[in-house]
Design a protein around this ligand. Structure first.
Ligand code: AP5
Length: 220
């Protein structure tokens, strides 16, 4: 099964992608994570992306299209993938259609996690992850059982993203509404879109997504 998770920054795309990875045994492809890894490695792509990401703007379509095309060819994507943070512009969506057709693959569904902007600042500024395994947490909504130990791997170091400041979140939201929100009608017009209520709890959103995925499995 090949999926796209669509939604503004902080909607819960990464959180839900990790849950789908577990239930469906398909791999999460997060362009944000790939770009942050490129920045940390100081690669050519990372150097190009760093300042753009710090400003909360979008990295060029050419760069992300290339990263995704190469990544989809890898072995772990053969049984399916969840695109998290890609596509983010109509040009990226068109490029995705073309590259999937070229590889003999198709998109099974696009799931929009819908939530109002005013909830997102709190979600994003309270977010942190385990520095060892990447498990995601939140100061209010999802604390580790023991504040200093990761529930998943036992790691004791946590980190916060450089672009998770109030100011950068505002410009990420602006970029979402101007460049990414048009994808809702792009995929709606093609009969691919399902929408879930992102204001529900993490388990509540997961349950709604489970219903969408089950309906696809029954249909196919
Ligand atoms: P990216 O890493 O994709 O960031 P984003 O889209 O801004 O999304 P986030 O990761 O911030 O949010 P999320 O929806 O995954 O929320 P999460 O699950 O963590 O992109 C970063 C940057 O990279 C971009 O700004 C851009 O510069 C560049 N980039 C990436 N892809 C690109 C592309 N295709 N083209 C061009 N540029 C690109 O949840 C947030 C918090 O809320 C967590 O703490 C979580 O525990 C909590 N939470 C989640 N769900 C719930 C819930 N239901 N209730 C309560 N709390 C919840």
């Amino acid at each position: 099964m090949n999926l796209v998770l669509l939604g503004p920054p902080g909607a819960g795309k990464g959180t839900q992608a990790k849950l789908i990875e577990d239930t469906r045994k398909i791999v999460q492809l997060s362009t944000g994570e790939m770009l942050r890894a490129a920045v940390a490695a100081g690669s050519e792509i990372g150097q190009k992306a760093k300042l753009v990401m710090e400003r909360g703007e979008l990295v060029s379509d050419d760069i992300v299209n290339g990263i995704i095309s190469d990544r989809i060819d890898e072995k772990d994507c053969q049984s399916g993938f969840i695109l998290d943070g890609f596509p983010r512009t109509v040009a990226q969506a068109e490029a995705l259609d073309k590259l999937l057709a070229g590889k003999g693959k198709r998109l099974d569904a696009v799931i929009e996690i819908r939530i109002d902007d005013d909830k997102l600042i709190e979600r994003i500024t309270g977010r942190f992850t385990c520095a060892n395994c990447g498990e995601g947490y939140h100061d209010v909504f999802k604390r580790p059982k023991n504040d200093e130990i990761c529930d998943k791997c036992g790691g004791t170091e946590f980190k916060r993203r450089a672009d998770d400041t109030v100011e950068t979140v505002r410009s990420r939201l602006k970029a979402y509404h101007a460049q990414t929100a048009p994808l809702i009608s792009y995929y709606g017009d093609r009969g691919k879109l399902s929408t879930v209520d992102g204001l529900a709890s993490i388990d509540g959103v997961a349950q709604q997504i489970e219903e969408v995925l089950t309906a696809i499995e029954v249909r196919d």
